[in-house]
Design a protein around this ligand. Structure first.
Ligand SMILES: [Zn+2]
Length: 411
C-alpha cells in the first residue's frame, strides 16, 4: 500500500499483494469502492506519525504486507505497525511525537459519547461529519449527518467539526468506517493543534470487554481494537494520542442513565435518520428504546410491530448483538411479555438480580485510563455509578463461557 496526503486529501495505491476485499480488525469483510478521500477542517502540518495513523485507520483492511508513506514516520510507529499487523512500514526516520496534555472526546451525540463527555466536563469535542464523496453516488441521503452536527454545536462545549467522505471508500457492506478507528482520522490530524495526549471514545463495557462489537460474545481482555496493549492501542500511543475509554467499564444502561441525567441530555441523539427527533422506526431506535425503557422502568414505547422487517431478528433465538443489555432490559420492562420481544423472552431466565452487575463499573476499565485523566473518571464513577463487587466482576470475566463455568462463578 502506498499512501499520499495532499493537505487533507488522502490517495492510496494498492500493491500487487493487496486485495480489494479485506478484513477490518473486527474481522468484518470490507470491499473497497475508491482509493481517495478527504478530511476537511484539519491543518496540513501535523506530525508525520499523525498522518500515518489517520491513513492507517482507512487503509488497514486492504493492506497485506507493507505500507509506504509519503513522509518519514518515527521508528516507534513503524514498530507498532509491525508488531500489531505484521506490516513493514516506512520510511522511518522522524522524531517521535510526544503525547500532548489535552483529552478530547470523539463526540457522536449518542448516549455513550454523551456519558463520556459528562465524565470529563472540560474536554473539547471533535465531531466527525459525513459529507458526500465527489466520485461516489450517495444512496444514503437519509443519513442526517447535518442534524447530528447541529446538535453537537448546541452543546456549548468547545467543538471542532471535521468533515469527511472517507466512509465512501467502502463499497460493501455499505458506506462506513473501514476500521472503527477511522472516526478519529480528523482528531488525529488536529492533535498537534489541540495538544492532544488522549482521545476519548464512547465504547462501553460490551464493546471493550464482552466482545459485543465483534459479536464474539465472550470476555475479551485482549480486545485488539480497544485494549491499551492491543494493536490499535499501541499504535495510537506511539503517535502520542492515547485511546481513552471513559465508559469502558460500564454498560449501556449506565451510559443511558448518565446521558439522560447530564447537562447534555437535550442534545442526545443516536438515530441517524430523524430530523426533528429520533425516527423511532429504525433498528437502532428500537434497541435504544429497549434500554431506555428498562432504565426508566416503564413499558416499551415503540410503533414497531412484529411484522416489520426491523423486528425480525427478535423473533429468532439469540445470540443478539448487545445481548447483555437485552437480558437486562427483558428483566426490567413492565409488560415486555406483550411486546415484540415476547419470543426473545423464552430464551432467557434473566432477573433483576442476575443482571444487576450491569449497573456498576468493572474496575479494571478505570485502571486502563491513562494517569492524567484516570482520577477524574474514577471520581465520577465513585459518585454516580459505583464499582462492581468481586462477584459482579466475575460475571464480566466469565461472559460467554459455558454454563458450567458460569454456574461455578456465581455460586
Ligand atoms: Zn431511528
Amino acid at each position: 500500500m502506498r499512501v499520499t496526503w495532499t493537505g487533507g486529501r488522502l490517495t492510496f495505491r494498492l500493491d500487487p499483494e493487496d486485495e480489494i476485499t479485506g478484513r477490518a480488525s473486527d474481522e468484518h469483510p470490507v470491499k473497497l469502492a475508491t482509493n481517495t478521500c478527504s478530511v476537511g477542517g484539519v491543518p496540513d502540518d501535523a506530525h508525520p506519525d499523525l498522518f500515518a495513523v489517520a491513513a492507517w485507520t482507512i487503509v488497514a483492511p486492504w493492506t497485506r504486507r507493507r505500507v509506504t508513506f509519503d513522509r518519514a514516520i518515527s521508528a516507534g510507529l513503524a514498530r507498532a505497525l509491525h508488531d500489531g499487523w505484521g506490516i513493514e512500514a516506512g520510511p522511518a526516520g522522524a522524531e517521535p511525537r510526544p503525547a500532548g496534555r489535552t483529552l478530547a472526546i470523539s463526540y457522536s451525540g449518542g448516549a455513550d459519547s454523551v456519558a463520556a463527555a459528562a465524565m470529563h466536563p472540560d474536554a473539547p469535542f471533535v465531531h466527525f461529519k459525513r459529507v458526500p464523496h465527489p466520485r461516489v453516488p450517495n444512496r444514503w441521503t437519509h443519513y442526517r449527518s447535518d442534524v447530528l452536527a447541529k446538535l453537537a454545536e448546541r452543546t456549548g462545549r468547545e467543538l471542532t467539526t471535521v468533515t469527511s467522505d472517507l466512509e465512501f471508500t467502502l463499497a460493501e457492506p455499505r458506506p462506513g468506517y473501514p476500521e472503527h478507528h477511522a472516526v478519529a482520522a480528523g482528531a488525529l490530524l488536529l492533535a498537534d493543534r489541540m495538544d492532544l495526549g488522549g482521545l476519548a471514545f464512547g465504547y462501553e463495557l460490551g464493546s471493550r470487554w464482552l466482545g459485543g462489537d465483534r459479536y464474539l460474545l465472550r470476555y475479551t481482555p485482549d480486545n485488539p481494537m480497544w485494549a491499551p496493549h492491543g494493536a490499535w492501542g499501541r499504535l495510537f500511543a506511539a503517535a502520542g494520542v492515547h485511546i481513552v475509554l471513559p465508559v469502558g467499564g460500564v454498560s449501556e444502561a449506565v451510559t443511558m442513565r448518565v446521558a439522560l441525567n447530564s447537562d447534555l441530555k437535550d442534545h442526545v441523539r443516536w438515530c441517524l435518520r430523524g430530523t426533528d427527533g429520533p425516527c423511532r422506526t429504525c433498528e437502532k431506535c428500537l434497541y435504544k428504546e429497549l434500554i431506555q425503557a428498562a432504565v426508566e422502568r416503564r413499558p416499551l414505547d415503540t410503533p414497531i410491530t412484529p411484522d416489520r422487517p426491523v423486528a425480525r431478528k427478535w423473533l429468532r433465538p439469540p445470540p443478539y448483538g448487545g445481548q447483555e443489555m437485552v437480558e437486562y432490559a427483558l428483566a426490567r420492562i413492565p409488560g415486555v411479555e406483550r411486546t415484540l420481544f415476547a419470543e426473545a423472552l423464552d430464551h432467557f431466565e434473566a432477573t433483576e438480580e442476575s443482571t444487576s452487575w450491569l449497573d456498576h463499573c468493572y474496575p479494571p476499565a478505570l485502571d486502563e485510563i491513562p494517569q492524567p485523566w484516570r482520577e477524574e473518571a474514577a471520581a465520577f464513577v465513585g459518585e454516580h455509578v459505583g464499582l462492581m463487587t468481586g462477584d459482579e466482576a466475575r460475571r464480566v470475566e466469565t461472559w460467554g463461557a459455558g454454563p458450567d463455568e458460569e454456574a461455578r462463578s456465581t455460586r
